[in-house]
Design a protein around this ligand. Structure first.
Ligand code: SF4
Length: 483
């Protein structure tokens, strides 16, 4: 059989090398943005955002946007959680929140009138399905009033669903409301693990939601898992993987649990003695990669696997994959407008983040201002490094010529220090470098963050500055280990 005749699902997309991971595993960002969110500052505010929108509109009024809506509420706490959420059973809180969220959506809609084509919508949280069916219907109607959505066939409209919060009928309602992709939080099917993380979610409940999503003709079903949770081991993970593979989702994400109880309070309720050790975690990761690739899933990068027929895998093959705050996306370069508490927008050469508490959120909207708390204007150097990190994360290769064509630099001179560091990683077998390409090897793909970190100017500056200076660039990182 010639290489071109080999079905895509049988071409290796990643190689697990335990020794290499042990040697190079380190704390690092996930690069859903560059610069990373911990570099945003309060110097950036509402007026800067307005300027960014004006600039983006001057460049193009016809470029479609991505829209993110954040619903922060959850009914109960999962102990592993590191998200910005509000756990409450008091439903009136959502009523108040929605009234302000709708005002923010209207403000953004007015700003973007005439340039408000949406091709990508994502609802995240918290738990978006904390909202009732009627509240969701009302919110979607409101969004359609202020934004113009591409047809179902041309748009990617996704929602994160906690299977514990929906019925079969609710899944059908979400489809009717316009969602065509669904992402289900599962984490682990094992009952002991579920107890240890306070997330009791019977397998039958999850399978029922998957079956309803198929029946309702969602275009893509995605499942989120976590490895490294308390009470997990290779045996439990194997059992969970068997069930997940049998459920046959289009995408599977497997996140590494980062135990950072000093930052995330709920994690203090996890008994450290129940956590798998580093070797077990590595074994679990190896098992995930083996089982999923043998089942025909392609490794997209950074925890994500997809069927070869899924849009993400197709976009990656065609070099159109993009990375944003929601992970990988097929909508290259679209400006991202985000609404809701703590939500992050990316418009033109800026990032901006909303305030993080409900009180601040309500207060700022009462003043008829978008509730922006902080952000950053990207310099030319940031933009250059952002595109490099994007290319490496999404395509696992970088064309030196394409960078030199887009930016007035000699790559070799501008990145002389970075190339020297990359040579070290080349010797470790993570990548190959020649005059035209930097190409990540199959075993380098799992350590892609290490490679991207070489191009992160802020991280490298922080490494050079003693922490005692209090300099902005020397702030301690909130990132997890790369594996
Ligand atoms: S993991 Fe999800 S459902 Fe659980 S507390 Fe966090 S945001 Fe809420």
């Amino acid at each position: 059989m010639t290489a071109s005749a080999i079905p895509i699902s049988f071409l290796p997309s990643v190689e697990f090398d335990a020794q290499l991971i042990r040697k190079l595993n380190q704390v690092g960002p996930r690069y859903t943005s560059y610069p990373t969110a911990d570099r945003f500052t309060a110097d950036f505010g509402y007026r800067d955002y307005l300027q960014a929108v004006t600039g983006a509109r001057a460049r193009s009024n016809t470029h479609p946007l991505s829209l993110y809506i954040h619903i922060p509420f959850c009914e109960s706490i999962c102990y592993y959680c590191g998200c910005n959420k509000i756990v409450t059973k008091d439903r009136s809180k959502a009523v108040t929140y929605l009234s302000y969220l709708k005002r923010e959506i209207e403000m953004q809609g007015r700003l973007l009138v005439g340039a408000n084509q949406i091709e990508q919508l994502h609802f995240g949280g918290g738990t978006p399905t904390y909202l009732s069916d009627a509240q969701m219907e009302d919110l979607m109607t409101h969004l359609r009033r202020w934004f113009s959505f591409a047809s179902d066939a041309n748009g990617e409209y996704s929602i994160e669903v906690d299977p514990r919060t929906v019925t079969r009928e609710r899944v059908h309602a979400l489809r009717r409301q316009g969602f065509n992709r669904i992402s289900l939080g599962v984490q682990d099917f094992d009952p002991d693990v579920q107890i240890a993380v306070n997330r009791i979610q019977p397998e039958s409940e999850t399978l029922e939601v998957i079956s309803a999503a198929r029946e309702a003709q969602f275009r893509s079903i995605s499942i989120d898992l976590i490895y490294g949770l308390p009470k997990q081991n290779v045996i439990t993970m194997n059992q969970t993987l068997t069930k997940v593979i049998a459920a046959n989702p289009d995408r599977i994400s497997i996140y590494n649990y980062a135990h950072l109880p000093h930052i995330f309070k709920p994690q203090r309720r996890i008994a450290e003695a129940d956590l798998p050790d580093a070797d077990t975690k590595l074994d679990m990761l190896a098992l995930c990669i083996k089982r999923l690739t043998e089942a025909g899933y392609i490794y997209i990068g950074m925890d994500h696997f997809a069927k070869p027929t899924d849009d993400l895998a197709i976009a990656q093959r065609q070099g159109r994959l993009h990375r944003n705050f929601q992970g990988y996306s097929t909508h290259v370069g679209a400006d991202l407008v985000s609404c809701g508490v703590s939500a992050i927008s990316a418009v033109g050469a800026t990032y901006s983040q909303n305030v993080k508490t409900l009180d601040e959120y309500y207060e700022q909207i009462e003043q008829n201002e978008l509730p922006i708390a902080r952000g950053i204007k990207l310099t030319m150097d940031d933009l250059l490094r952002r595109i490099i990190i994007q290319m490496l994360m999404c395509n696992f290769e970088l064309s030196v010529a394409s960078i030199e064509l887009a930016y007035p630099i000699s790559f070799k001179t501008y990145f002389a220090a970075e190339l020297e560091k990359l040579r070290g990683l080349e010797q470790d077998g993570l990548l190959t470098i020649d005059d035209e390409w930097i190409s990540v090897t199959l075993k380098g793909r799992l350590l892609i963050r290490n490679i991207c970190m070489v191009f992160d100017r802020y991280l490298n500056a922080a490494a050079d500055v003693p922490h005692t200076t209090g300099a902005a660039e020397a702030r301690p990182l909130r990132h997890s280990k790369t594996i």
